[in-house]
Design a protein around this ligand. Structure first.
Ligand code: KG4
Ligand code: ZN
Length: 347
């Protein structure tokens, strides 16, 4: 049995988790999440309409020790029973990364355990193996506030990015749309809620990149269209806001379907003999019902399994970081030397 303590501080969640794993068994080896403590800073950033890096870093400093203690206590364990400490090294906001990685380094040094510097995206990419015991290869759609990517996941450390956004991340497009319409931060859930009562056919918003041969995403044109629609009818009634939100979601779902369909076709061509290939979704935007339903329908048509890990593990958390550490240790790929570079945020 190996137990890894994970630490995640790359954005606005301060998180720690202990994941255990029976290294003796065969291929799928029943990992167990012993604890998963996440403290969201949403309230601290809400007044500013988005994440403020300096506030985030300070909040991580204040909270992290307590969160690590809580994660160890919830897991019924202590540092003497931990085999390694894994922490997010990036991509993310550099202040938070330094807090998390330095804390992990101090804990590892004090306890005489190895330190594993983990890439945040690898954490998202491998979560479906923790939650659903998925075998390689599979396709990952990561849609969060910072990332919009399609990645072919073929093994631990074997990731091929097939698509990314050329401008805004999808979560960012939701957040900016919310702001333009006077809805509170974080925008995604509020846009979804407003859209429930809206008419998705009222505005014919563009479907960015639809039909393009290039695989990437783009959302800034859609955002501009929303701004133009909103300013053309100001002041907005509640009904106008609902209709814009519903029309925006319909455009996003449609554009996503088009982009992901291409990737599914490409995956089929690369792995023609796979019986039930899988599309995994990760990131906060995966919480959106309209988007989920659209992707489910797409997968059904294309003969793919649709795998959506529980939302708590889809959004930023430390269990995915601990798990990525375990995967790296098991694959003999762990770089346990204490040399690492911080990786700033990228698309
Ligand atoms: O993965 P996440 O929690 O954090 C990172 O960005 O890494 O994603 C947060 C993003 C925010 O932009 C938020 O507005 C969006 O996910 N989001 C949603 C929904 N819930 C969260 N977007 C659309 N619909 C939702 N229900
Ligand atoms: Zn993330």
């Amino acid at each position: 049995m190996i137990r890894v303590l994970g630490i995640e501080t790359s954005c606005d969640e301060t998180a720690a988790s202990v994941v255990a794993f029976d290294s003796g068994a065969s291929e799928i080896r029943s990992p167990k999440i012993l604890s998963n403590t996440v403290l969201s800073q949403i309230a601290e950033h809400a007044a500013f309409g988005g994440v403020v890096p300096e506030i985030a870093a300070r909040a991580h400093v204040e909270a992290l020790d307590g969160i690590v203690e809580a994660a160890l206590a919830d897991a019924g364990t202590d540092l003497s029973e931990i085999d390694a400490v894994a922490a997010t090294a990036g991509p993310g906001l550099v202040g938070g990364l330094i807090v998390g990685l330095m804390t992990a380094k101090a804990i590892a040094a004090a306890a005489g355990k190895p330190l594993l510097a983990i890439n945040h995206l690898e954490g998202h990419a491998l979560t479906a193996r923790l939650t659903d015991g998925l075998e390689f290869p599979y396709l990952l759609l990561l849609v969060s506030g910072g990332h919009t990517q399609i990645v072919r996941v073929a093994g631990v450390g074997d990731y091929q990015r097939w698509a990314t956004t050329i401008d805004d991340a999808l979560g960012e497009a939701f957040d900016k749309t919310a702001k333009m319409l006077g809805l509170p931060y974080p925008g995604g859930p509020n846009v979804e809620k407003a859209a429930e009562k809206g008419d998705a056919a009222r505005f014919a918003f563009p479907r960015p990149m639809k039909g393009a041969t290039q695989p990437d995403f783009s959302f800034s044109g859609l955002k501009t269209a929303v701004r133009q629609a909103a300013s053309a009818i100001a002041p907005l009634t509640e009904k106008d806001v609902a209709d814009i939100c519903a029309s925006f979601q319909a455009a996003v779902a449609d554009a996503l379907q088009d982009r992901v369909r291409r990737a599914l076709e490409r995956f089929r061509a690369e792995f023609p003999d796979m019986k039930a290939p899988a599309l995994v979704v990760a990131g906060g935007v995966a919480a959106n019902r309209t988007i989920k339903v659209a992707l489910e329908a797409l997968c059904r048509d294309a003969g793919f399994r649709f795998v959506a890990p529980p939302l708590k593990l889809c959004t930023d958390n430390a269990a995915m970081i601990a798990w990525a550490g375990i995967e790296r240790l098991s694959a003999g790929l762990a770089d346990t030397e204490n040399s690492f570079a911080f990786v700033p945020r990228s698309r």
